[in-house]
Ligand binder design. Structure first.
Ligand SMILES: Cc1ncc(COP(=O)(O)O)c(C=O)c1O
Length: 434
């Protein structure tokens, strides 16, 4: 028998000496929805479904505790991670450059891999320049935090990623959150508030990570022009996914790249590395390179990662059939889910499809039940999504096959009523569970 990873053993919350002390976080922690899922699961003798340790690259399938699982929780949408060309390029790079950039690029200097990656991304978008940060989250936080200030306004989608919201907060700009994917709501806010501010930015994702839906970018560009705003589009989930060849929002809508002031994406999804970028005008990028704290005061991206991302981009462009496969399998998933009576919300069939369950705890238990059946898919609950809309969030990949899709969706149809019954019973027995 393989030994379980320590995190995978059912955990009963323990009392700590710090519980009531000023330095203790146990009380605060108990408010986290994830922790509640672990706690209730543990009381029911279930394993912690979070922080599981994968024993090889997680692709369409993965290995956990020596057991193979079908996997729907990895962002490797184009099935490029572990590609032999990337492994080879990274190995060669490591021989000369090691694994660290050693210092901030501003003071410690560039490596050729940084420049090559930034050039490749700028060319992909057809814009002048690009800056790469070591983290996608930090790219948003630092860029927004640095560029905007108290006299400015940031208008962002109600379901914008945490990094965009944190960046907005850090900037001190006045925040206006508009109803998710609702251009009329955005325009109402612009009409009412835009004139009060010096500069204004509209922020949206290219493909929403919680719902798998796509905003009307041409309409948002129209609003940006009408109300004299800038526009940032976060392509974390749309780069590699939208458009015939994976060039993202630009290709999907056939828009001019310069209609968007800042193209942002992480490099942790289709680009198989980590980090994030902003692509746009040379003037903007130079300003960020000399001032944005998450770039200036943070180490440069490891050259091996920059090389991996550049190679992944090259493979994406060379093999557009991967993009096609991803789009085909997601469409199949969406149609099959609907045919089985499951709620897929607003998903449009591009890489991300939620199966909306409703209650957080039922969703968690369903995910644990699927884990027991050899299927790994993670629940998303409040506060990441609205109360009552908890879901299993599926990330499809070009490596998934139709039989994988049928296997998981049939299992959900089977397990969902059981999960609902468990919650009902738990409620009756533990009145304090709610
Ligand atoms: C829309 C969006 N933006 C930014 C990020 C942050 O990227 P990273 O995880 O690469 O730091 C994510 C991460 O999932 C995301 O979904």
């Amino acid at each position: 028998m393989k030994k379980k990873h320590p995190r995978q053993v059912a955990q009963t919350p323990r009392k700590s000496a710090l519980d009531n002390g000023a330095a203790g976080f146990n009380r605060a922690r108990s408010k986290l929805s994830f922790d509640r899922l672990v706690e209730v699961g543990a009381k029911m003798g279930m394993e912690n479904p979070l922080f599981v340790c994968h024993e090889r690259a997680a692709k369409a399938t993965t290995l956990i505790n020596g057991k193979e699982y079908l996997n729907f929780s990895t962002y490797d949408y184009l099935d490029i991670n572990t590609h032999p060309e990337i492994t080879e390029a990274v190995t060669q790079t490591a021989r000369t450059f090691g694994t660290s950039a050693g210092a901030s690029r501003l003071v410690g200097g560039e490596r050729p891999q940084h420049l090559a990656l930034e050039r490749a991304i700028a060319d992909l978008y057809g814009v002048e320049d690009c800056i790469v940060y070591v983290s996608g989250h930090a790219a948003n936080v630092s860029t927004l935090g640095f560029l905007f200030g108290a006299r400015d306004a940031i208008f962002y989608d109600g379901l914008a990623h945490n990094s965009l919201v944190q960046g907005t907060r850090l900037s001190g700009a006045v925040k206006y959150s508009y109803a998710h994917n609702d251009c009329a709501a955005l325009e109402a806010l612009l009409k009412k508030h835009r004139a009060k501010h010096k500069r204004a930015l509209i922020v949206t994702e290219g493909l929403f990570s919680m719902d798998g839906n796509i905003p009307d970018i041409p309409k948002i560009i129209g609003l940006k022009q009408k109300y004299n705003c800038m526009l940032l589009v976060d392509e974390a989930h749309s780069l590699g996914v939208l458009g015939k060849t994976g060039r993202g929002v630009c290709e999907y809508f056939d828009i001019a790249p310069t209609d968007v002031d800042m193209w942002m994406s992480t490099l942790s999804k289709c680009m198989c590395g980590c980090g994030g970028f902003i692509a746009g005008s040379h003037e903007l990028i130079e300003y960020l390179k000399y001032g944005s704290p998450g770039f200036v005061f943070s180490v440069g991206m490891p050259p091996v990662i920059a090389e991996a991302c550049r190679k992944a981009l090259e493979i994406m462009l060379r093999e557009p059939e991967r993009v096609q496969q991803l789009q085909n399998i997601t469409k199949y998933f969406l149609e099959y889910a609907k045919s089985r009576g499951l709620d897929t919300g607003q998903a449009q069939g591009y890489a991300i499809v939620p199966i909306i369950v409703g209650e957080s705890i039922t969703t968690g238990i369903l995910s644990i039940a699927l884990l027991k059946r050899g299927i790994y898919v993670m629940p998303v609950a409040f506060p990441a999504v609205k109360e009552g809309t908890a879901r299993l969030r599926f990330f499809l990949s070009a490596a998934h096959r139709e039989e994988h899709v049928r296997q998981v969706l049939d299992a959900i149809v089977d397990e969902l009523p059981k999960a609902q019954a468990i919650v009902e019973q738990y409620r009756r027995e533990h009145q304090d569970a709610q």
